[in-house]
Design a protein around this ligand. Structure first.
Ligand SMILES: Cc1ncc(COP(=O)(O)O)c(C=O)c1O
Length: 382
């Protein structure tokens, strides 16, 4: 008997999850690992969110919801867009999803056909290319440059051979934390509209910025698909809740896809998330901690030899060029873990071409984690 296994599942692993597993094994064996690999807030959901979850648990049947999400949350998000960006959005265009990860699946299925070609930046978040590949959509990797803040530009897109059907951008980006300015965003969205390229904007790190405003691509392109999540700014990773804003002509197909793929997004999380918007004080104190952590790493990493750092405008990552220390970032991170007890992510996760000479440090943890990590790295590199 030879039963078939589909080639669509033969995609790259998400390496950071493998690093996390190795670090957790060492932790369980009694080693004291400092975790700079994890891309999630070190904090739990805001207190009001947790209270709202308890209230919903006691008061609500918690059955399925509308496939597009509970109307109250979609309306609350529309208010968030007018409060935060000054942009008016019809709640009918807002879709609640199972994390932004669920949103990618729905958006890619609704926007692209098998064989379509979608551009994305390297370095970039690996799941974009892996989900596209699994869906039979061709990821077209655009190698970005430090002088462009590791973001795609019309000039880089114009150099791509063959047609493009879509472009995915993330600002702030994972792993570099770099952002796209207003003028650059206007240029990119303009280029995409002229060339019939669907613009997909991953805005998951909005709100986590250091002296920069988060700008939604919606202001430049009403046809853009906007993807966001409660995982990062709202500190609700495990609640698996995200959202997207889609053009009106796409809502019905997204609704049908969501009904069939997920039935509905997590009900308890949707009720709890209503309180996320009333938790600004707590959320802002998280941002203040990230800012202090970022200052510690930017000041201290160079003293441990990590002195080629991407300008982290937002998110909670520093992408370090370690080309003067190694040309095998996976082996380098393995040694960093076992010899210095510091876990970090090899750049290969984010850039299949140049990632062998880069490492990503996450500063989403505690201030104490940052101080201990840089001390250990300094001793290790002495
Ligand atoms: C750029 C980016 N987009 C999307 C996600 C997925 O987030 P979630 O599915 O929890 O919303 C992540 C997670 O690290 C990310 O870094």
């Amino acid at each position: 008997m030879s039963l078939k296994i589909s080639g669509r599942g033969q995609i790259d692993p998400f390496i950071v999850m493998d690093v996390m597993r190795e670090a957790n094994v060492l932790d369980a064996a009694g080693e004291d690992i400092v975790h700079l690999e994890v891309g999630q807030p070190g904090t739990s959901a805001p207190a009001r969110v947790r209270d709202a979850a308890i209230a919903a648990l006691n008061a609500d049947r918690l059955g399925y919801t509308d496939a597009l999400g509970i109307p109250a949350l979609r309306e609350r998000l529309a208010t968030h867009y007018s409060d935060f960006y000054g942009v008016s959005v019809d709640p009918a265009r807002i879709v609640i999803t199972t994390g932004s990860s669920g949103a990618f699946l729905l958006a890619f299925l609704a926007a692209f056909d098998v064989g379509d070609r979608v551009a994305l930046a390297a370095p970039g978040y690996p799941a974009y290319r892996n989900i596209l590949t699994a869906l039979g959509i061709e990821p077209v990797i655009v190698e970005t440059r430090l002088e462009d803040r590791f973001q795609p530009t019309p000039e880089l897109l114009a150099r791509v051979e063959g047609r493009l059907d879509g472009l995915i951008v993330a600002s702030p980006s994972n792993p570099t934390g770099t952002m796209i300015g207003a003028a650059e965003m206007a240029g990119l969205t303009g280029y995409c509209r002229e060339n019939d390229i669907r613009f997909v904007s991953d805005e998951i790190y909005h709100g986590i910025t250091y002296g920069h405003d988060s700008l939604t691509a919606l202001e430049h392109d009403p046809e853009a698909v906007i993807i966001n999540s409660f995982s990062k700014y709202f500190s609700m990773t495990g609640w698996r809740l995200g959202w997207m804003i889609v053009p009106p002509e796409m809502t019905r197909s997204i609704e049908c896809l969501a009904q069939n793929l997920f039935i509905s997004p997590p009900t308890l999380s949707q009720h709890a998330a209503m309180a996320a918007f009333d938790s600004q004080e707590e959320l802002q104190s998280n941002i203040a901690r990230y800012a202090r952590n970022r200052d510690i790493l930017l000041a201290e990493l160079p003293r441990a030899g990590f002195d080629r750092l991407a300008p982290a405008d937002g998110a909670f990552y520093i992408y370090a060029d370690v080309g003067h220390m190694t040309n095998d970032s996976a082996e380098f991170c393995r040694r960093m873990l076992t010899e210095a007890q510091v876990a970090a992510t090899p750049g290969l996760d984010f850039d299949p071409y140049r990632g062998n000479t880069y490492v990503r440090f996450s500063f989403a943890g505690s201030e104490d984690d940052m101080t201990r990590a840089v001390e250990r790295l300094r001793r290790w590199r002495k």
